[in-house]
Design a protein around this ligand. Structure first.
Ligand code: NAD
Ligand code: TYD
Length: 354
């Protein structure tokens, strides 16, 4: 048996595939364009029988048809996306293309494949669309967390493009009975995250004693989940989720950005102190706020807890300490992803030398 994963060279895809294989899961065909965010080295140690990398675009219908016909996967886990809010503000076209057209293309190809199956294979087939809590928009400080019934109110081109995928997946279930399921997860952190996102960016800059750019007042709140917990939730939904359903996945760890930064800096002060008794947090600088910056995200995960028995296993302090340790230990991985394009991004976005 095989599953088709898209975006397996990215942060969550890599962790999902490693977790899936470690728990005895079937082989993975991984369709990934290897953009700046995808790192072929992440999974290059795996044999082809476990992880077959196919470099290609999710917008390529002929390629999706060929992979589905050749490998006859029992499921598709669709993670491939443009995923960084700041890049969606400066260049939304790629988000519309990959996240909307790509999701549509894959749904069409997977539906045609599913229609070609008979009996048991058709009943067992699943399509898991990995969406985000950002589709719900922003919460006020005292609002209850988003549930699966909260209205869709995306505020960035990124979250709008992901929300379009939600609507398409929903419509394929309602209209065609196609067994699509959707997850809405909160902010992930952990190994293999491209250092344009808050936590790895801050860890890497703090280690190098470079400025730590805090947008606005730094009081924006996110609900942080360790990526291995998210990967486990995806496996549970894949194996036991119900077609047509959506599941929120949260970490029960709401933190303001400044608290996250202080957590990272405290771990580094203890494990890699700066010379002269300087503190890492003194590297923090407040920079211009992100346009349309969502103030707070948090999801209510009661449904996945009660229906599928999912609970996050990492506490935020333990997960953060492990993440700091991972980026310190894996300096070669960091070097491999922070060359060329990454330096251009830092310069363009922050006016920062690489
Ligand atoms: P990522 O940016 O680290 O990885 C994205 C992967 O998709 C990369 O390997 C890239 O090469 C690939 N890709 C991009 N465009 C492609 C295309 N046109 N065709 C094929 N492959 C392409 O992203 P991530 O953080 O791992 O997120 C994975 C998924 O999870 C995304 O759909 C994202 O919206 C969702 N998500 C992310 C988070 C988070 O905190 N990172 C939270 C909730 C949901
Ligand atoms: P990010 O990791 O980009 O995730 P998202 O915007 O999808 O939640 O950002 C997390 C939070 O950190 C968000 O409130 C923006 C903030 N942030 C900074 O303050 N500075 C930075 O350099 C980055 C990348 C993010």
């Amino acid at each position: 048996m095989t599953i088709l994963v898209t975006g397996g060279l990215g942060f969550i895809g890599t962790n999902f595939i490693l977790g899936h294989l470690a728990s005895g899961g079937d082989g993975v065909v991984d369709l990934d364009l290897a953009t700046y965010a995808g790192n072929p080295a992440n999974l290059s140690h795996l044999p082809d029988g476990e992880h077959l990398l196919v470099r290609g675009d999710v917008c390529d219908r002929a390629l999706a048809d060929r992979l589905l016909a050749e490998h006859r996967p029992r499921a598709v886990v669709h993670l491939a996306a443009e995923s960084h809010v700041d890049r969606s503000i400066s260049g939304p076209a790629a988000f519309v293309q990959t996240n909307i057209v790509g999701t549509f293309t894959l749904l069409e190809a997977a539906k045609a494949h599913w229609e070609s199956l008979d009996g048991v294979g058709r009943d067992a087939f699943r399509f898991l669309y990995v969406s985000t809590d950002e589709v719900y928009g922003s919460l006020g400080p005292d609002d209850p967390p988003f549930t699966e019934r909260s209205p869709c109110a995306p505020n960035s081109p990124y979250s709008a493009s992901k929300a379009a995928g939600d609507h398409l997946a929903r419509s394929y279930f309602k209209t065609y009975g196609f067994p699509a399921m959707t997850t809405h997860c909160s902010n992930n952190y952990g190994p293999y995250q491209f250092p344009e996102k808050l936590i790895p960016l801050m860890i890497i800059n703090a280690i190098a004693e470079k400025p730590l750019p805090v947008y606005g007042d730094g009081r924006q709140v996110r609900d942080w989940i360790h990526v291995e917990d998210h990967a486990r939730a995806l496996s549970l939904v894949l194996e036991r989720g119900a077609p047509g359903e959506t599941y929120n996945v949260g970490g029960r760890s709401e933190r303001a950005n400044m608290e996250v930064l202080e957590g990272i800096c405290t771990v580094l002060d203890e494990t890699a102190p700066r010379a002269g008794g300087l503190r890492h947090i003194d590297l923090a600088v407040h920079v211009a706020d992100r346009p349309g910056h969502d103030r707070r995200y948090a999801v209510d995960s009661t449904k996945i807890e009660e229906e599928l028995g999912f609970y996050p296993s990492y506490s935020f302090p333990d997960g953060l300490e492990a993440a700091v340790c991972w980026y310190r230990t894996n300096s070669r991985w960091v070097e491999s992803v922070t060359s060329g394009e990454y330096r251009d991004w830092l310069k363009r976005h922050y006016g920062m030398g690489g």
